[in-house]
Structure formats: C-alpha cells, structure tokens
Ligand binder design. Structure first.
Ligand SMILES: [Zn+2]
Length: 957
C-alpha cells in the first residue's frame, strides 16, 4: 500500500522550499499561462479541478520544454452573490447554514462570522488555495491577490478611465437581464445554474381594430407584406390596457414585460380571445383589412399573445391555416377562411412559390401543435434570411436581400408610429440566485460597455483570426459572440468591488473588472513584498508600466516610488506580457473570454494582445450532471484525501478531450490508482547499466520509445491530453509487455539498463499529468534533480529502426496466427514449422507496395509488369499471389505502409526463428523456420508455397 498523503506532502514541501515555481524574468523565453480566477463563495469541487488541472499540465509541459513559465492565481471577490449569502446568514437561513456545515464542512465559529460578506470570501479563498496547493498546481503564489485589494481597485479605475476616454463606457438606456427582487442587473454569476441571461429583440406591429390596437411581435418585420390574417387564442383572456395614448389588447404576460420596458400602462379591462375571432383589422402600411382567426398554437407567454399570419413563409401559420380549412365546417360564421390564400413575398433558391408548404411537407407535419414545426421554422428562416430576395409586391423593398431589408422595413414602420420594440428573455425561465424569475428591463441612464461599437467588433474579429483557439472547432462560437454582443451594463448599485471612478454610487460588476487583470499579476508581486502600496500607484504609474508613457522620474517623485522599483516592474511586465495561454471552461466563451479579447485590444498595444485561448468542457459525476440537488458534488479536498491528487488529475484528463464532458467515476479512479501503484512498484527493479550489444527486440523497444515520444509531444502541443496520456500509460505499456515476454523467453538478464531508460523517459512524460508520483519514481530510478525541472524528451527520428519495427510486428502477427490456429483446430501441438516467402516474392511485394501506395491497384497491369521483369517473372506460376498481396496491403493503415516502404529487406527466416524461444516458453514445443526456397526444408504438407512476405506459411502438427 502506498501512503499517498505523505508521498504527496513530501514532494509538495520540496517544491515549496526550493521555490520551484516562482518565476522572475531571465534570459530564457517566457510562457505565461493563466486560468480564470475562482469566485470564493464555496469550496472547489471536482468540476472546477478540470480547468485548473489542464492549465497546470500546460504550464508543467512548457516548463519542461525549456520555457520560463509563469502560472499565477488570484481570487475574484467582486459581485453580489457573496453579499446575498451573508444576508441569508444574518436571516439565519437554515438551508444555507446546513450546506456550510455538512457539505462544505465549515467550522461552527467560522459560520458565525459569515454574516460579514468578506469573511465568507476570505474563508473560501483559503480553502480553495489550499486545495490548489494539494492538487500540485505549479503556481507562483507570490502573485496572489483579491479583487478588493486597494491597489487592484486603482488598477480597475485606470482600466475604466481608459475605456471612457475611448468612448467605450457610455451612459444610456439599454435592455438588461434584471432581477425584480434585488432590483439589480443580472449576469452569469448571479443566476441559478450560471446561465448568462440573453434576450431577443422583436418588432411589435400594430394592427388597428376599431379604436384598439392588436399588436403582434415578430422577428420578421419584412413579412408584413405577406400577412393574410391574425391569429388569436380563443381560450386566452386578454388585457385591455392604455399604453401611452393607445388602447392595446395583449396577454397579461405581455403587460408585465412592457412594464419593465418602461411603458406607462393602465389596465382598463379584459376580453376573451374568442370575442375577437372574426373581427377585421387594418394592416399598417398596406391599404387593406384582414380577419382575426383562432389558433391554439398561439401562447399567451410568447410576444404579445397575438400573432400575425404569413402562411407563405411561416410553417406555423401555414399549418394553422390548413387546420382551419380542414375544419371549416365548425366555423359557419367564418366562410372567409376557405378563400384565404398565402401571399408569397420572398423568392429563395430551392423553394417553390409557397416555401412554408415545402418544409411542412418535408417534415411530414399535419397539425399545428406538432413539435417539429419549431425546427421547420428555423430551417426556412435561416435559408430565407441569407438567401431570400423580396419580390415585386414589397414596393420599394423589392429585389432586396432579406438580411438587409429586415432592418430597413423595421425602421420604416417604426418611423410611421405603427411599430414598437419588445425584448424577450431567451431560454426562460431564468432564475436569479435569490429565487426570483429574471426579466428584461430597459435601464435608464446606466453605465454600459459599448460592445455594439462597430469598430471595436471589427478589431475583435480581426484579432480572432490571428489567435490560436484550442480546440479549433470553438473559434466560430467566439465570432458569433462578437457579432451579437451589445451594450452591457457594467456597474451595479451594490456588491463588492471597485467603485466607478467618476460616479461613486456605482460598483463595477464582476465580468467587467476581470478582463485584463492578468497584467496585474506582475504588480501583485511588488504589493505582496511591500515594495509598493496604494499610495504609490496612480494612473500615471499604470500608464508607465503598461504603456511606457510618461516621465518615470516625475512619477517616482510624485508618488514616492523608487525609480528602480518602477523600472523593475515595467521590465517585468514587458517580459511576461502578453498572455500566451488563457484557460477556461466553455461556459465563459459568451462573456468573460470574449470580453478578455475585446478589452485587451483597446487598452494595450498590439504586442500585448493575447496569443491563445484553451477551452474545456465540464465534468460529469458517474455519467450524471453534477448539482447540489443531485447530491453528487464532491468537494475537491475530500476527493484528494480519498484518492490522492495524481489519481484525480489523471481520471479527469484521461476520460475526455478538451470540449467533451469528462466523467469522474469510482471505477476509473481506482483503476488509475492501481496503475500508478504498480508503476511505482516496477520502477525499483531496474538500474542504469552500461551499454550492451543491442538485440533485435532491444532495437525494437527503443524505436517504439522514440515513436511514442514523437506522438506524445505532438499531442501535447495540440493540447490533446487524453491522447497523450493514452500513449504514455497504455500504448507504451503494451509494448513493454511484449518486450518483457521476449527477453524473458530468452532468459536474458542484461536488459535492466534499457528498462531504466524507458522508465525514466516515460515518467518524464507522465510528470505534467501526475507530478507527485512522477517525482517519486524519478528519484527511485536514481535520476538527478526533480523530474518537474527536467527536460521534456526530444524524439530523435534517426533512432527509429524501421526494420526492427517490421520484424517485431512480423513476430507478433505470426504468433497470433499460430495461437488462432491452435484455438480453432483444438489440436495439442507437438511441433511447429514456419516458412518464409521466397525472394522473388519479396521483390514482387516491394513493387506491388510502391504501386499500391501510389494509388495503382489494377491487378492485371501489375501481373503484366511483374512477369516482364526477370526478377519477378515467377509470378506467372502463381498469379493469385498478386491479388492476395494487394489485399494484404490494402487492409493496412497508411502509416503501416509507409513504415514498410522505409524497410529495405528483412530476412524473414532469421526473424521467424526468434519465435522458437517464445513457443518454447509458452507451449514447451520446438519451432523451426525455413525459407520457401530452401531445398532441404521439412515440408510434408507442401505448405511452403503459400508463404507471402509478412505472411509466413504455418504448419502445426
Ligand atoms: Zn435576485
């Protein structure tokens, strides 16, 4: 049994006393890795462990690649959730206090202090930090800070003044996600389930009925020209309300939405939908009237609760109209319905006159409540939006592309007062952490970051093209976010954080004070070692450090900061910046990671813009989503105590590549732990030794080692860590087993040095993943220094002996064939004879191989050309050989074929005679190998002639 706790503690101490992960500028090339800092309102669980572990593996790998790696960490106190928790503690909230007590295991005296928000943050800050140290993260802790430190506040003030100078912080009235209970804007940090509230803009179009307005909300204002009727739900009771000076008839849900959009509303009365069926309304901008008709697909919670019907282009409308026509007999008062015809207004390639009819048919829909209508609508909308053109019947918009016409039509109707705007929250319900349901609110005179700024967006797109995004498949998601981002409320009325420098009633919110703080890690070191305090820093200070602007002598004397300290900080910033890799979970793509790009581009000069972003998916627990309600959240430190840090790191990383969900399960973690323990056990068996004469199997295993180094290094550079781990742990392992089988069969005792070399290389490649056990193995192998400070193995191509690789493959495959034959025929063998192909076959094989690899597989032509060559002329006695050989080659991978091309010649008879020791040790019987051409061979069954290169003939008696 391995005592993991003390093993890990031992190496942690060593790293700490030797200051292994503290990095300062030096002559080496730098690599700056950062991860989104944690929000300390609870302990970390296994899920958080993934992102930080990925970043740590990256940091450790780059360190071994020879870089001066900086991997720092801070703590994000900003925002309202901690405030809310403190309030709940003050109110003696039983559920929350129970969570602290039993799940988070907070000591009773600490819980009592939690009525003060900062105490909560401080407690979990220390808890998370201790967990990170226990996980073995190679962090430079001298650079730690929190976002309520006074110097950090000054840094954020500087950031905001810079943005304001550039007109990117603006005051205005814009829609935001909003908690009606807290009276505060909400973002991802404030919602249950960490949902970033997003919303969609709809155009309200006002249809006049008598003195009333029946408004409809649409995403497609351009389809006003194709409206044939309105839909109303006959079973819904609608509100009659005064909106400004008009009387609207809308659903009661819509009334609430409009109130948050600052409409002055007076409720006048109610009317049931049924009473409006059959009424006539005027279509704005069109000199005609249409009917209000009944439809059950209309939901009171969507839009206004009334829908304009465009049956030619909207599948819902088309199907509802069909349903109505099919049931016309039930509506004797509405003879008109049989006369309603779709009005086609958009022309799109691939669709008929009535595109909605096409998709309804394709999706086999025959009822307006069919859920497939959503999908059909999406498909048609996308096609028409990008590829559709408006027809002649759209007046001055004729011939315009839908994507352009949409805004123009909207503005045209708005200008005449016949339209309005409605915002709807997406993916409702979105709940605030306080429990209230969020809404969209039009916020007056708030401070916004102007992510709508076109120039800013273009800059972000342009830099995204240059950046490395890992994995590549997520790049487009970033581009989409840049496109849809709009004005974003950047301040709150309460919460922890930095006050808006020009309006101290506001506090900068958490997704706005966390976008360029990576630059602050340089400064934090000097704050922590007390070389500077808040009194020494100012905008002039930051301008000098980050932008090299201003007169250092003047700054030095104005703010009482030593000139050499100022220079040191500036040089250190210039050395470590830009960020070389930013790691984060996928959930931060739509906000933090994109803001991080945006803000760097306008604050810093180009040489300091971020180089790379690495995005990862989440962690499942035994195949299920982790959540408090499922009761399957395991605090990280509990898991470390149970399994050890290395096992947790490997279990998370080996179960998935970056974007996939990783899975943490007990079986996997136990398997990994056993594996590590057996590696620890094995390594003591081998000692370094001086060179021996290398045999075939030695050349093979050393070649395989080189191949494995090359493959692993490539995967590491692409951050395909699951794949890399697979090579190091499993593929190399199966090679080692074959090698040991070979040397043991030969009863060799001289291979310890080779095993030692392989183990040392392997553990070096394992060390970024499992740093503790790797140090232990490295030292047991009596290698000098720490493995975490050793060099990453470099693959040496010319150390790969392809001949030995092919020879060993030949042995493995032949042995498998023999075993199969024995299994299938169920004979108990007395002796085995093997025949290697004749030399004309080998020559023919090489020719066939090069032809097939070049893409020529015409058997007839191959036979012809082989017969005409005197070296291979014997093909005419055995033309079948060509076809079989072509099939042999085609069934192999490209890599395998290329490897064979590199091999000049293998004496197969000699290689196959190596099987003797293996067969002896496994079956206790002799094996003899002959060449097909051998005159004196033992061949009673005339088997030899069936031999082909890499496919010897086998006789078992
Ligand atoms: Zn709330």
């Amino acid at each position: 049994m391995v005592d993991w706790t003390s093993l890990e503690e031992k190496w942690r101490q060593r790293w700490h006393t030797e200051k292994q992960f503290e990095s300062d500028p030096d002559a080496k090339k730098k690599f700056f890795v950062t991860v989104a800092y944690p929000y300390p309102n609870s302990p970390q669980h296994i899920g958080h462990g993934r992102t930080y572990t990925l970043a740590d593996v990256h940091a450790r790998f780059m360190r071994m690649m020879g870089y001066n790696v900086l991997f720092p960490m801070g703590f994000h106190y900003t925002g309202t959730p901690i405030l809310g928790m403190a309030r709940r503690v003050q109110e003696n909230d039983k559920e929350l206090i129970e969570t602290f007590r039993t799940l988070y295991k907070v000591p009773e005296v600490k819980i009592r202090e939690f009525s003060e928000p900062v105490k909560i943050a401080d407690y979990f800050h220390q808890e998370i930090k201790t967990g990170m140290i226990e996980m073995g993260y190679s962090i430079d802790w001298r650079r730690e800070f929190t976002t309520i430190d006074p110097v950090y506040n000054k840094f954020i003030e500087w950031q905001f003044r810079k943005l304001k100078e550039k007109n990117l912080v603006i005051q205005g009235t814009h829609p935001v996600g909003w908690c009606p209970k807290d009276q505060n804007p909400v973002s991802q940090h404030d919602t249950q389930g960490d949902v970033e509230p997003s919303f969609t803009e709809y155009t309200i179009i006002k249809f006049k009925y008598d003195n009333y307005i029946l408004p409809t909300a649409t995403l497609r204002p351009e389809t006003i020209f194709g409206v044939t009727n309105l839909w109303i739900n006959p079973n819904v009771t609608y509100d009659i309300v005064k909106v400004d000076n008009e009387s609207w008839i809308i659903s009661s849900e819509c009334v609430t939405k409009l109130e948050f959009l600052n409409k002055k509303i007076n409720r006048i009365g109610k009317i049931i939908g049924e009473d409006l069926v059959g009424k006539k309304v005027k279509v704005p901008e069109r000199n005609d009237e249409i009917f209000v008709l009944p439809a059950t697909f209309v939901k009171s919670g969507n839009g206004t609760g009334i829908v304009m019907s465009v049956p030619a282009h909207a599948p819902f409308d088309y199907q509802a109209l069909q349903d109505l026509k099919n049931n016309a007999i039930n509506y004797p008062n509405l003879p008109v319905i049989t006369n309603i015809k779709p009005i086609s207004i958009i022309e799109t390639e691939g669709y008929s006159e009535i595109p909605a009819q096409d998709v309804v048919k394709n999706f086999q829909i025959d009822d307006q409540n069919n859920p497939k209508l959503e999908e059909a609508t999406k498909e048609l909308y996308a096609k028409e939006f990008y590829g559709g053109k408006l027809k002649q019947n759209t007046g001055k918009f004729a011939k315009k592309i839908v994507s352009e016409a949409k805004e123009e039509v909207k503005n045209w109707i708005l200008a005449s007062g016949n339209a309005d705007i409605l915002y709807e929250l997406n993916d409702t319900p979105v709940k605030c952490r306080c429990g209230a349901e969020c809404v969209v609110k039009l916020l007056d005179n708030q401070w916004f970051l102007n992510y709508s700024n076109r120039e800013w967006k273009e800059k972000a797109h342009a830099w995204l093209k240059e950046m490395k995004i890992i994995p590549e498949e997520i790049r487009n998601e970033f581009n989409n976010v840049v496109d849809w981002l709009h004005e974003r409320a950047c301040a709150r009325q309460h919460g922890l954080g930095t006050k808006l420098p020009w309006d101290k009633n506001w506090i900068i919110e958490s997704l706005s004070d966390s976008v360029i703080y990576m630059a602050y890690y340089v400064i934090a070191k000097y704050v922590n070692n007390k070389e500077i305090t808040a009194d020494n820093v100012s905008d002039a200070f930051f301008d000098y450090i980050f932008l090299e602007r201003g007169d250092p002598k003047k700054i030095s004397s104005d703010y009482k900061i030593k000139l050499d300290v100022l220079e040191k900080i500036k040089n250190e910033f210039q050395y470590f910046y830009p960020v070389d890799a930013r790691h984060s979970g996928r959930d931060l793509v739509p906000n933090h990671l994109t803001f991080f790009i945006f803000t760097h581009l306008v604050i810093f000069p180009r040489k300091y813009w971020p180089e790379e972003i690495v995005v990862n998916g989440s962690v499942m627990m035994e195949g299920k989503k982790m959540s408090k309600s499922m009761g399957n959240i395991i605090p990280l430190r509990d898991a470390i105590r149970t399994h050890g840090a290395d096992s947790i790191r490997l279990t998370i990383l080996i179960s998935a590549e970056l974007l996939q969900d990783a899975d943490f399960n007990q079986e996997a973690v136990r398997g990994i732990k056993n594996k590590l323990e057996s590696m620890l056990d094995d390594c003591t068996k081998y000692k370094p030794s001086k060179n021996i004469d290398l045999l075939q199997e030695d050349r093979w295993i050393l070649s395989r080692l080189q191949q494995m180094i090359a493959k692993t290094t490539y995967s590491m550079q692409k951050m395909r860590l699951r794949e890399a781990l697979h090579y190091v742990l499993y593929e190399l392992e199966s090679d080692l087993q074959w090698y040991l089988k070979r040397v043991e069969a030969k009863k060799r005792t001289d291979f310890s040095g080779i095993m030692h070399e392989i183990f040392s290389t392997r553990v070096a490649m394992l060390s970024p993943f499992a740093p503790y056990v790797s140090e232990e193995i490295w030292s047991k192998l009596k290698n000098s220094g720490l493995v975490s400070q050793s060099s990453w193995p470099i693959p040496i191509e010319n150390k790969i002996d392809f001949k030995s690789i092919q020879s060993e493959n030949l042995l493995k495959l032949t042995l498998d064939d023999i075993k199969n034959i024995i299994k299938v025929t169920k004979i108990s063998p007395k002796k085995i004879t093997i025949y290697a192909a004749a030399s004309w076959k080998v020559k023919a094989y090489r020719q066939i191989l090069s032809k097939v690899t070049a893409g020529e597989v015409n058997i007839g032509a191959l036979i012809k050309s082989l017969i005409s060559d005197k070296d291979t002329g014997e093909v005419k006695k055995d033309p079948d050989f060509v076809k079989k050989t072509v099939n042999d080659i085609l069934s192999e991978s490209q890599e395998e074929r290329e490897s064979k091309i590199k091999v000049e010649f293998i004496d197969e008879r000699k290689v196959l005679s190596e099987l003797d020791s293996l067969i002896q040790s496994e079956f206790g019987i002799p094996l003899q190998a002959f060449a097909e051409s051998d005159q004196n061979k033992y061949d009673p069954k005339n088997k030899a002639r069936a031999a082909r290169p890499y496919k010897p003939a086998i006789l078992i008696e």
